[in-house]
Design a protein. Structure first.
Length: 85
């Protein structure tokens, strides 16, 4: 019997236009969105060097983060959820 996966976590979701600038066009599962977000953040060196849990937003991320300059990784997940449907 196949292991039960969390289908809500794997379900492809529609990505907002602002988020698509950062992670690419959807639909994609939440797990892929988060993975793509981290690739973007690390690729542009947007983690606060003093506190790696904080993300320093560039212009595209600021739109996703509701205009905030800095968010922590837990807050980031909540803010990104608003861009998925």
């Amino acid at each position: 019997m196949a292991p039960k996966t969390n289908s809500a976590f794997m379900k492809p979701l529609t990505v907002s236009a602002d988020l698509a600038v950062v992670v690419g066009k959807g639909p994609m599962p939440r797990s892929e969105v988060v993975k793509a977000l981290w690739v973007y953040i690390k690729g542009k060196n947007l983690q606060d060097p003093k506190n790696k849990r904080n993300i320093v937003a560039d212009a595209p991320l600021k739109k996703v983060f509701g205009g905030k300059d800095v968010v922590n990784m837990f807050e980031m997940t909540k803010l990104v959820s608003k861009h998925l449907s």
